[in-house]
Ligand binder design. Structure first.
Ligand SMILES: C[S@@+](CC[C@H](N)C(=O)[O-])C[C@H]1O[C@@H](n2cnc3c(N)ncnc32)[C@H](O)[C@@H]1O
Length: 330
């Protein structure tokens, strides 16, 4: 039976309008006309991309989700005790699967009032809002369908002390400069002495372990990577031969980040009719689709300090593969 939910406990606002189709169009126009082609990773996530990402999270090779979940299982009570928050804001919330461990701890501490998820995938925000109010009696959810790089100003006024959670290592998708700029934007959301940031970061480790996580045997990450081409075909009336692009993922040892690329298996001309654009690919030419930066303790504390944040605690899994840090505004 469907849980009975007071309609007023769920609000979902969608800030992605016709202008946001432009955001894909602009990124494609910029990114595919550069000498080294590249696209930002947020365009992987239509409904199919989001489902593929969920599959990735359950793969043996993909340790980040497993490790972050282990930290949350062991330490959510401690996190909630330190932050003493009644509201959880989550950037790039997805299915909010691990988030439930935090919500459980807030409920057990009798402090849980409101959850504010923000994600670009509308179905995900709506489903997760509806499910969570059923699972947590009395919980209010204010969901935001939007781009966390552009719509942080749309967050509702804080109803109480807040945890802003940014999990999954998604911060690693930013290049170093824009990462610090984005962390500064997050810092400005936090009220000194009241709110906290809970940040998930994947750690630098044996490159073989990292590379295996992005080159899984069943090929789910490869399908996820190619999904961006399917999104462009559908949204911008393009004719990418999706299967003619090979998934490439390697650890750049100097920059300490993973790069995901798509490599053209042959010479190709792609027509992107909505942009009146033809794009040429040389044989073996690569298109960068994601970076995922890995962190050392110094990189993490340096980035947080540069954003005006101070570390309260860093929690890791028993194998030291992944870190969850709690920080607050200086
Ligand atoms: C790597 S997944 C992490 C999902 C979840 N937080 C977790 O830890 O498993 C990134 C999530 O962020 C969302 N996302 C990516 N870029 C975004 C953006 N610019 N604005 C809002 N959401 C974004 C994606 O839709 C996806 O749900």
């Amino acid at each position: 039976m469907e849980p009975v939910v007071a309609p007023s406990s769920v609000v979902v606002r969608n800030y992605l309008g016709p202008g946001d189709e432009r955001s894909l169009a602009d990124d494609v126009l910029d990114g595919l006309t550069k000498p080294f082609k590249e696209l930002p990773p947020k365009h992987f996530y239509d409904a199919r991309g989001a489902a593929l990402f969920d599959e990735i999270c359950e793969l043996d090779e993909y340790y980040p989700t497993r490790c972050e979940r282990a930290i949350l299982q062991a330490r959510s009570g401690d996190i909630v005790a330190v932050c003493d928050a009644s509201e959880l804001v989550e950037l790039g919330s997805g299915t909010a699967e691990k988030t439930r461990l935090l919500l459980d701890a807030m409920r057990d501490a009798d402090s849980l009032e409101r959850f504010v998820p923000i994600d670009v995938t509308e179905a995900m925000v709506r489903d997760c809002a509806r499910t969570l109010v059923g699972e947590y009696p009395g919980l209010r959810v204010h969901g935001i369908v939007g781009d966390f790089e552009r719509h942080l100003g749309r967050l509702p006024m804080a109803a109480g002390p807040r945890i802003v959670a940014f999990l999954g290592g998604t911060i690693g998708n930013f290049t170093p400069g824009s990462r610090r700029r984005f962390l500064r934007k997050i810092a400005r959301l936090l009220r000194p002495g009241v709110d906290h940031l809970l940040l998930g970061t994947d750690l630098v480790k044996d490159p073989a372990v990292i590379e295996a996580a992005y080159n899984d045997a069943p090929g789910v990450t490869a399908e996820f990577n190619r999904n961006v081409l399917r999104v462009i075909n559908r949204e911008l009336d393009a004719d990418f031969d999706v299967e003619a692009f090979e998934h490439v993922a390697f650890f750049d040892r100097e920059r300490e980040w993973i790069e995901m690329r798509l490599r053209a298996s042959r010479r190709m001309r792609v027509d992107i009719r909505a942009l009146d654009l033809a794009v040429e690919f040389a044989p073996r030419e690569e298109l960068r689709t994601e970076i995922s930066a890995k962190f050392t303790p110094e990189r993490l504390s340096g980035d947080l300090a540069a954003a005006g944040l101070e570390l309260v605690d860093v929690l890791t899994d028993p194998d030291g593969l992944f870190a969850l840090s709690i920080s607050r505004r200086r």
